[in-house]
Design a protein. Structure first.
Lengths: 238, 560, 393
């Protein structure tokens, strides 16, 4: 550091902080503020969801039947588990167990990748059968079959005659935007966790200094939490 | 001076080599700096450029409106001009102006900290701002953006695709704003020097702190709104465009949920500066300190509840309209508290009238007018008549230009010596103030009248009957533009040949004046220990206050 | 004019609600003046009294909790009162009386269309309402947001695609068609009014008499003359754009209704009998066509000029942009963007006007022609006119 001042304190202490505790507190506060910001970012989508749901209940009812709740459920379990391993990574890092930390982080990444793989299958299927947002909405082939099943399941009514709620296209608009942005957060999370693994392997974290791992886990819990809301709202409630 | 640990006398650190400007040199040392002061300066330069651009566009707008009929440009060109004027002024200039430029520079110093809590993030915010700006500029080149700064759907979702670049630019700028806010909140909470309790916090810090809270909580909603708009245009997701089953009014709700709080992002920092200037130039602690501090927080919170007052005519339910109107009036209370307390601060002070104070007085007058006319718009039946007329245009220029820009200019003059180490020509600066104040009032007072007479906004042409008022307004705008030109001369001249500034030219008791001029690269040689409040003139020692101009010289109006 | 006069700040009061709105306006105005004067005077006195003088120091700031609380809460009471009053006015403005006359308003880029009871559609951008009768407008938009604003009535409401919005008013002052209200420029009419678009009137009459079914007096010279009357101003206040790259003429050159800034309507407040008469006969062919060789061709040409077709279509066989020229159109085989073709006959033209997007002529996909809703009589006229542009072989 090209710092003229005598600098006391450990290496990881940045020059503008007085004590490691101050540095940690600042990071923690900063992270919480960031998470608050994230929540507000998604809240816009949740508001849109609730408004459209209250206007077009039939569309949302049919829509939820068009999503594969089993895939959603698998992903929920996978993410919950990854949140657990992320927490364990923090714990082992606080205990100074570098190897274990890496292992837990690696499991977290694997889970996250698994989540994305499932999402990939869901998306490609939707694209294939034309269950798409707005003017792209154009169910065909299998999609028509699914639509028939969904309409019948939703209304428990008579035969499907090719009519479905017009606003299904808005439902899929909301579905793709919400899960897409969430997926983007998962991808970013994967990147950050990988970076943490690299740093951890290089020995950057010790018993005394593991703030970045801690912060990464906090972020990961938020990504998990958002999914916990998305899953029932989109897949389950009809 | 609030005693520094080890009681190092100011003279001991008066070493030119160690000021932040000269500490390192070369382009790289600026581009990669994590020093909040240098980042602040880079923001300052950027926002001034943005204001200049936006100002030129405003002058073109006024030039077209000088005469009825199509005089200089076609309707389409005019529409693009006022859109860019509004968007540039709001997103590139006024929102980052005081917080990111002056706030960055002075908040850590006022806290006695070496830097903000996350210096790298701070630099990151700056580059995000730059990237956002680049996108905005691409948008201008890529096509026509004529949506108005509000991007209302479905016009925007069907307009030229350059709107995507523009919204993307604003989206990115939003993150710059969020991260700056985040940084300031963490800094204010965690980086205060020993002895600097919340009740001793300079009111500038309180103001920036409240601003940051809004930035962090409101901006993400704008981000998601713009993202949805982009998706509407690219993927036609059917959320805002009625042709696809969407709801255009929902867009307005989302937009104003951000943009009303955003007007407090704009005004709170202006008020924050005014606190410092009024205290310094009347040698008095701000009357009702705690009320003033808390009113900033109250504005920040109440600001979230009134967005609907921009939509009284939109077809929203009567019930919501009523609630929004009622809440709108509540917002007037904290603003009123501030105005009253500032006036009360003058009472029994010892007031001098250097340029920063002139701008502060200008602020008091113009903000009061702007705020009171906001109340006209808050009254339901009256707003129905005034909505989307020039009355609204005049209202928001009074608060944004008369308020924020005057606050910004006040701060620029006030802190100029500290930032650059140079004095400016006081006489010429006062001339510039006079022109700006006069020109501004001519420009926008006439707009109140034409607005209440029914002149709608965003019109490139108008009925002959508005001719005299438009003419007056345009004339005023050119006086205003000339004032800014003189101002530019003041600052450029100071940079080239300004006299060296003393550490505390105004004799202020504020903490930022305790350090050398220009400040040391680490703000203070050693972490200061704070033993009094920033406005405790009666507790500050004589040497502290008067190492600049002796009190009586200033009283005679001696020019710098 | 003998109509109510406006003030420096506000246009004349032309509806029953206007005096109420104005009373609120002046209430807040005087409250603001009182506050502003009090603040500025106090400030001025302090600034002078406590200016810096040698040997005098500032007194340290004290506390005054009473004062603080006082000026926090007193304005609150005042504001509460303002809110309640303003809200009452608003409620009145939002609930139309049961017996209102209903008029449909359709906003489109950049015209207003008015459909009266019984399906009577007036010429574009011409609006007629009865005096002393509550009128309720039910409004919709076929493209983007617009907003219907009548300063003289103090009413305004957004016109939103995908939903109906409404507003009501009761006009108090008939707008006369007399020689006194003939005008050359907007300045002749005063605020709240503008000088409406030109119309042809038989010599010796005014439009009032024409509307009531009168005939020119004996001895009046043959033919018609062009007059403009002061009309109540209707503006569009929600920004709705302008066409790209097309040079528009301004108001002063008669270029009404070519973009957001000129999206106006000529509003006439008629005596009740006049309005009823209008409902009976609907908008007549323009008077200048009375003696024309072919009334329909003449009327069609007047629609071509008055309803904005001229902005895009040429009638000279040359101008092909932004829309096809009309010369040679009749009977020609039209190629469409989807590759199909069709002969231009009555039904084709009808469809092109009512549903312009249904078949798009090849090469013209970039510009969207607005949807026009003409009555059959108006359509006949347009068809006759287009037909007349192509000489029979
Ligand atoms: C810096 C920015 C800023 C600030 C601070 C404000 C402050 C206020 N604004 Fe303004 N406003 C804008 C920027 C701002 N506004 C912009 C940009 C628009 C238009 C956007 C667009 O459409 O493009 C707008 C539009 C706007 C509208 C919508 C108008 C319309 O489109 O129809 C309304 C309606 O209620 C409104 C109200 C208010 C009120 C009540 C305040 C209050 O906060 C003011 C409070 C202050 C005072 C009242 C003065 C001081 C107080 C006293 C002296 C106390 C004593 C007085 C009494 C209590 C009576 N504003
Ligand atoms: C911070 C925000 C801000 C600022 C500072 C300004 C500043 C100015 N504004 Fe702007 N304005 C807006 C925000 C702002 N405006 C917004 C949000 C809108 C709404 C847009 C919309 O409807 O979408 C708007 C709309 C708007 C309109 C309405 C357009 C319309 O509805 O049709 C007008 C018209 O007069 C106007 C004028 C001006 C003028 C004359 C200035 C002056 O104060 C500018 C003075 C500055 C300068 C002049 C620059 C400095 C110049 C020099 C240093 C050199 C001088 C050069 C020469 C003399 C050649 N503005
Ligand atoms: Cu229609 Cu503006
Ligand atoms: Cu607002």
């Amino acid at each position: 550091m090209a710092d003229a001042h005598a600098h006391h304190g450990p290496d990881y202490l940045e020059h503008h902080f007085e004590t490691p505790l101050q540095q940690f507190d600042a990071a923690k506060l900063g992270m919480w503020i960031f998470l608050a910001q994230e929540i507000l970012f998604f809240s816009g989508l949740f508001v849109a969801y609730f408004i459209f749901r209250s206007w077009y209940p039939e569309a949302f009812s049919v829509g939820s039947h068009l999503l594969d709740w089993k895939m959603g459920a698998i992903n929920t379990v996978v993410l919950l588990f990854s949140s657990f391993t992320a927490a364990m990574a923090v714990r082992s890092s606080q205990l100074g167990e570098t190897k274990k930390t890496t292992a837990f982080l690696a499991v977290t990444v694997v889970c996250a990748l698994g989540f994305m793989v499932v999402k990939y299958f869901e998306y490609t299927h939707k694209i294939h059968v034309g269950l798409l947002p707005g003017s792209l909405f154009n169910p065909q082939g299998e999609g028509v079959e699914e639509l028939r099943a969904a309409v019948e399941a939703a209304y428990a009514s008579g035969p499907f005659e090719g009519t479905y709620p017009y606003h299904l296209r808005s439902f899929f608009g909301i579905y793709f935007v919400m899960t897409g942005l969430h997926g983007l957060h998962v991808l970013i999370g994967i990147g950050v966790i990988l970076w943490m693994i690299v740093r951890n392997q290089k020995g950057a974290f010790t018993k005394d200094y593991n703030t970045p791992v801690d912060m990464t886990a906090l972020y990961w819990h938020l990504v998990d939490l958002i999914w916990i809301y998305l899953f029932p709202l989109l897949y389950l409630i009809d | 001076m609030a005693v520094e640990a080890g009681t190092a006398a100011p003279a001991a650190v008066e070493n030119d080599e160690s000021n932040y400007l000269t500490a390192k040199s070369g382009l790289k040392s600026w581009a990669l700096t994590v020093d909040h002061k240098r980042i602040g300066v880079m923001y300052l330069v950027s926002v001034i450029v943005a204001m200049f651009l936006g100002g030129i566009m405003a002058l073109l707008v006024r030039a077209e409106l000088m005469f009825a009929g199509e005089t200089l440009m076609e309707a389409d060109t005019y529409n693009q001009l006022f859109t860019l004027h509004g968007a540039i002024m709001v997103f590139l200039f006024i929102i980052p102006s005081i917080p990111a430029a002056l706030g960055n520079f002075f908040l850590p110093i006022m806290l006695g900290a070496k830097d903000v809590a996350f210096p790298k993030l701070n630099l990151g915010s700056f580059y995000i701002y730059v990237i956002g700006t680049v996108f905005t500029l691409i948008a201008i080149v890529a096509g026509r953006i004529d949506t108005g700064w509000t991007f209302y759907t479905p016009y925007s979702s069907r307009a030229d695709n350059a709107v995507i670049w523009m919204t993307l630019g604003v989206f990115i700028l939003g993150f710059s704003s969020i991260l700056t806010g985040l940084n300031f909140i963490a800094t204010t909470h965690k980086m205060r020097a020993p002895g600097l309790s919340w009740t001793r916090l300079p009111l500038f810090v309180w103001g920036i702190y409240a601003t940051s809270v809004i930035q962090v909580l409101a901006t993400p909603v704008l981000a998601i709104t713009l993202l949805l708009l982009i998706m509407e245009k690219t993927l036609t997701i059917g959320i805002f465009d009625p042709a696809l089953g969407g709801d255009p009014v929902l867009f307005q709700h989302f937009f104003w949920f951000y943009s009303h709080p955003a007007v407090y992002i704009m005004i709170l920092p202006g008020m924050a500066v005014i606190n410092e200037v009024i205290a310094t130039f009347s040698r008095r602690k701000i009357f009702g300190y705690m009320f003033v501090a808390m009113s900033s927080v109250a504005l920040a919170l109440l600001g979230f509840l009134v967005w609907g007052h921009h939509m009284f005519t939109s077809g929203m339910s009567e019930y919501s309209t009523m609630i929004f109107s009622a809440l709108t009036f509540l917002v007037a209370i904290p603003s009123g508290v501030k105005v009253f307390n500032w006036v009360a601060t003058l009472y029994q002070g010892s007031i001098s009238f250097e340029t920063p104070m002139l701008y502060a007085i200008g602020f008091l007058i113009l903000f009061t007018i702007g705020g009171l006319t906001g109340l006209f718009l808050g009254i339901l039946s009256v707003d129905i008549h005034l909505h989307d007329t020039y009355f609204v245009v005049a209202h928001f220029h009074y608060v944004m230009v008369g308020g924020t820009v005057f606050g910004f200019l006040s701060g620029m003059h006030y802190w100029w010596p500290k930032m650059t180490g140079k004095l400016y020509n006081e006489g010429l600066a006062r001339v510039a103030f006079g022109l700006i104040f006069l020109g501004f009032n001519i420009t926008f007072l006439s707009q109140f009248i034409m607005g209440s007479q029914g002149m709608p906004r965003r019109y490139y042409d108008y009925l002959d009957q508005f001719q005299p008022l438009h003419m007056t307004s345009s004339g005023g705008a050119f006086v205003l533009g000339f004032g800014f030109l003189v101002l530019a001369v003041v600052f450029i001249q100071s940079m080239i040949s300004g006299a060296k500034a003393p550490a505390n030219p105004w004799g202020s008791a504020g903490f930022e004046w305790m350090t050398t001029t220009p400040p040391h690269a680490h703000n203070f040689e050693t972490t200061p220990v704070i033993t009094r409040g920033p406005y405790d003139y009666h507790l500050a020692s004589e040497e502290e206050l008067f190492d600049g101009f002796p009190e009586d010289r200033a009283a005679q109006g001696a020019k710098a | 004019m003998t109509e109510p006069q406006g003030t420096i700040q506000l246009p004349p009061q032309l509806s029953t609600i206007a005096p109420e709105v104005d009373a609120m306006y002046y209430a807040i105005y005087w409250i603001s003046v009182a506050f502003a004067v009090a603040i500025f005077v106090a400030m001025g006195i302090f600034l002078y009294q406590y200016r810096r003088q040698p040997g005098r120091k500032a007194k340290p700031t004290g506390h005054n909790t009473f004062l603080e609380v006082f000026w926090t809460f007193t304005p609150l009471l005042l504001l509460l009162w303002l809110f309640v009053e303003g809200f009452e006015g608003y409620v009145k403005m939002s609930v139309a009386p049961e017996d209102s006359v209903e008029i449909r308003v359709r906003g489109m880029q950049w015209n207003w269309e008015f459909e009266h009871q019984g399906g009577v559609i007036d010429d574009l951008n011409r609006m007629k309402v009865p005096v002393d009768t509550p009128v309720k407008l039910v409004m919709s938009s076929s493209d983007v947001l617009h907003s219907f604003f009548v300063p003289g009535f103090r009413v305004k409401r957004d016109v939103v695609p995908g939903m109906y919005t409404s507003l009501w008013f009761e006009a108090t002052t008939p707008t006369p068609f007399t020689s006194e209200t003939e005008c050359q420029s907007d300045n002749d009419c005063g605020s709240g009014y503008h000088c409406g678009q030109p119309r042809e009137i038989p010599n010796g009459m005014n439009a009032d008499e024409l509307l009531m079914g009168g005939a020119p007096p004996e001895g009046a010279p043959e033919g018609t003359r062009e007059v403009r009357y002061c009309s109540v101003s209707v503006f569009c206040t929600e920004y709705c754009g302008a066409p790209e790259g097309i040079t528009l003429s301004a108001f002063s050159e008669g270029g009404y209704n070519s973009n957001h800034a000129t999206m106006m309507a000529d509003l006439r407040v008629l005596p009740v009998e006049g309005y009823d008469r209008f409902l009976e006969v609907g908008p007549p062919p323009p008077p200048e066509c009375a003696g024309a060789e072919d009334v329909n061709v003449c009327w069609g040409q007047s629609i071509y000029q008055g309803s904005g077709c001229i902005g895009c279509h040429g009638n000279d066989g040359v101008r092909q942009q932004p829309a096809p020229n009309w010369v040679g159109l009749w009977g020609a085989v039209r190629p469409f963007t989807d590759g199909s073709e069709r002969v231009a006959d009555e039904n084709y033209i009808r469809q092109s006007v009512l549903q312009p997007q249904s078949q798009i002529v090849a090469g013209y996909a970039a510009v969207n022609m607005p949807v026009y809703r003409f009555s059959d009589r108006q359509l006949d006229a347009v068809i006759a006119y287009i037909r007349s542009l192509t000489p029979d072989e």
